[in-house]
Design a protein around this ligand. Structure first.
Ligand SMILES: Nc1ncnc2c1ncn2[C@@H]1O[C@H](COP(=O)(O)OP(=O)(O)OP(=O)(O)O)[C@@H](O)[C@H]1O
Ligand SMILES: [Mg+2]
Length: 469
């Protein structure tokens, strides 16, 4: 992997070289600049992952560097360097979009931590941008998302069967995209300009379904006041999609078999047969072979339908597609609304990756639609997800991507203040007089701040944190 590109910008040569050297030792690709102008000029030349910039510099200060880099690319993370004790500049910078700050004098461990976290953040920004761009460049007529090996196998079969007229049997759990694939096959076939007619074989009692599928003649039964064309006739020249084909009753199984053999239908109560040219795609979430064994499904019909079989993977079998699908659904349901949601908090994505998805892609789509309607911020948080997903147990093989997944994506100003206070207290070994002087506040304010952050100032000594974390 290519080393991350980091710019260090500081007019103080000692601090600059110190920081640059420390980062080079960590294996980063570092360039150092003594002025804001030079750094901005370098930024125009090509990709930068992270900029560490001093705030107070000559003509072009750190905030200008920050604004310029943000303008050039949303994907570069900025960390500002502050003089020990002065926090106002850092707060202003974070308000304007800096990701974090580093206080002088630099501590090796702190440099490592802040830089690592900022680069993680930058990677996340870049991924979000990449997803959005990939989705933008997707063919509009093809709503199929996913590039896992399992889905590539499916696409290959779709391409292979689209040209022909062969009957296709789509097998897959509920919500895996069977109907979507059926439409894709039709849409890529020479029949694409003819109708695609879906029939849900499980939704109607057999007698009603029969007249739906084959039509009827006037007077065929009480209530048949006119003639009705069946769905087979309506689909003529096109594709008939027999959804939930496993639910067909025995009598209709026989009739369907006959139509498939003879390529003609007879309306209920009709006396003559009508030629139909229909391609059949059937789908089921049942184990049809088992149904055949149990005598629930005719074996001769099964063989007729099972000419080409495409088995759709469950969502957990193609877990690597979850982020892409999640971004796709986010974009789909955010389009045309005023929602501020633009992406996913890493914890949220972690939960989406971890959950078992019994309802597969449809369940994911619903979860994201719901989350977008609940969310107020730019990133979907775990709280926006349904409880079942939020409480998904960690399975053995799924481990967090980085140990930092519980870190907030951006520091809050509270957090900045707290970290700064802790640092100054440590630096002054808990001396409250010195600490309040460095912080530029009186001692009472210092006590109030400490209390707010749950820090124990002690009687006269150490300022240590009550809780760890
Ligand atoms: N690969 C995919 N890319 C994008 N959206 C998908 C994909 N697969 C499924 N979907 C979406 O998920 C939802 C469920 O898909 P579909 O209705 O095709 O599933 P199904 O297998 O027919 O489900 P059921 O068995 O419950 O009828 C739809 O909104 C569909 O658009
Ligand atoms: Mg379906």
């Amino acid at each position: 992997m290519q080393a991350a590109k980091i710019l260090v910008v500081d007019d103080d040569a000692v601090a600059r070289e110190l920081l640059a050297e420390a980062l080079k030792k960590e294996g980063y690709d570092v360039e150092a600049f003594g002025s804001g102008e030079a750094a901005i000029a370098r930024g125009r030349e090509g990709r930068v992952d992270l900029v560490l910039t001093d705030i107070r510099m000559g003509a072009v200060d750190g905030l200008t560097v920050l604004r310029e880099f943000k303008r050039m690319s949303q994907d570069t993370a900025i960390v500002v360097l502050t003089a020990f004790g002065s926090l106002e500049g850092a707060i202003e910078a974070i308000k304007q979009g800096a990701y974090d700050y580093l206080a002088k004098p630099f501590k090796k461990e702190e440099i490592k931590l802040v830089v690592q976290r900022s680069l993680d953040h930058c990677r996340l920004l870049r991924e979000n941008t990449k997803f959005r761009e990939e989705l933008k460049s997707k063919d509009e007529w093809s709503p199929l998302v996913g590039s896992s090996p399992a889905m590539l196998e499916v696409y290959k079969l779709v391409a292979r069967v689209s040209e022909s007229k062969s009957t296709v049997l789509l097998q897959g759990e509920s919500g895996t995209g069977k109907e979507l694939i059926a439409r894709a096959i039709h849409g890529n076939s020479p029949r694409r300009d003819k109708p695609f007619v879906p029939v849900n074989c499980g939704a109607l009692p057999d007698t009603l379904l029969e007249s739906e599928m084959f039509g009827y003649e006037k007077g065929a039964f009480t209530g048949a006041v006119g003639t009705k064309t069946g769905l087979f006739e309506s689909a003529s020249g096109g594709t008939l999609f027999l959804d939930e084909v496993g639910e067909l009753g025995q009598a209709l199984q026989v009739k369907l078999l006959r139509v498939m053999q003879d390529h003609e239908v007879r309306r209920v109560g009709g006396t003559h047969s009508i030629k139909v040219d229909v391609r059949i795609i059937a789908a089921t979430n049942r184990d049809l072979e088992q149904f055949v064994k149990e005598g629930k499904f005719r074996d001769d019909l099964f063989y007729r339908l099972n000419v080409v079989r495409i088995t759709l993977p469950s969502l957990t079998e193609r877990q690597e597609d979850i982020p892409m699908l999640a971004h796709y659904f986010l974009q789909k349901c955010a389009t045309g609304t005023t929602t501020p949601v633009r992406g996913f908090h890493p914890d949220t994505m972690e939960l989406l990756n971890r959950y078992r998805w019994p309802g597969n892609v449809r369940e994911l789509e619903n979860a994201i639609e719901r989350a977008v309607s609940l969310s107020h911020g730019p990133l979907l948080t775990p709280d926006d997800l349904p409880a079942a997903i939020r409480q998904a147990p960690i399975h053995a093989e799924a481990k967090p991507e980085s140990p930092d997944v519980t870190e907030p994506v951006c520091l809050t100003l509270e957090e900045v203040e707290k970290r700064h206070l802790v640092r100054v207290l440590k630096e002054t070994k808990g001396n409250k007089v010195k600490a309040s002087k460095i912080l530029g506040i009186d001692r009472r304010t210092l006590y109030r701040m400490a209390e707010r952050f749950g820090l124990d100032l002690g009687d006269e000594g150490e300022g240590t944190e009550k809780e760890t974390g």
